[in-house]
Design a binder for this molecule. Structure first.
Ligand code: SF4
Ligand code: SF4
Length: 191
């Protein structure tokens, strides 16, 4: 699906600033984003900036300003695919995908009204199959995602091609050491 760029609010209420937000994003991401020069190099290099509501450098700015609700509800943090093109080009070596990832985590933890619920749903379905089988089961992910979106026909051609090329296993297969997978998920919960 090609995303349409969402328009951001033209007016941002600075009274809504949360000064602890930047600290929390820094703690979770381990990134010192205050080194950002706002040179826009990251925005220029990002393949997805066309469909983002906030360019990568502007996400950094939202965090610096403590505009928590804008950051937690924006689409860009979900559209980012963590390809790291931006951080490779960044003169200050800022890991923007670690920042977007941290904001996504906070949005989930705080049950924010996320900007891209379909993408979040897709992530959840991927994780569910890993938890169940230790690896992804693409057919199950696709079917559950389709059930959620009720959009059964949009990319059916791709699914049929994948089936014909045996890229979609009908039945899931489990890894041998499921206990290791369970341990990973229980550690994650404890964090
Ligand atoms: S490339 Fe780096 S320094 Fe430049 S705006 Fe992006 S994050 Fe900031
Ligand atoms: S990591 Fe995210 S923000 Fe950076 S270039 Fe890739 S998609 Fe764009």
């Amino acid at each position: 699906m090609m995303h349409k760029k969402k328009l951001t609010n033209a007016i941002i209420d600075l009274n809504q600033r949360d000064l602890k937000f930047a600290k929390e994003v820094k703690r979770r991401s381990g990134v010192d984003f205050n080194a950002c020069l706002h040179c826009h190099t990251c925005a220029g290099g990002c393949q997805f900036s066309e469909v983002m509501d906030y360019m990568p450098n502007r996400i950094i700015r939202l965090v610096q300003l403590g505009l928590k609700q804008e950051a937690l509800t924006c689409s860009s943090i979900w559209i980012c695919v963590s390809c790291n093109t931006c951080s490779i080009q960044c003169p200050m070596g800022i890991d923007i995908s670690a920042v977007t990832d941290a904001i996504c985590q906070i949005a989930i933890d705080e049950k924010a009204d996320v900007g891209e619920p379909e993408i979040l749903k897709f992530h959840e379905e991927v994780l569910k199959t890993i938890k169940r089988y230790g690896r992804t089961h693409k057919l199950e992910i696709m079917l559950r995602y389709k059930f959620y979106t009720h959009d059964w026909f949009r990319d059916m051609g791709v699914g049929l091609k994948m089936l014909a090329k045996h890229k979609l296993d009908i039945l899931p297969s489990r890894v041998n050491h499921m206990m290791d997978i369970k341990n990973i998920f229980s550690q994650k919960k404890a964090v």
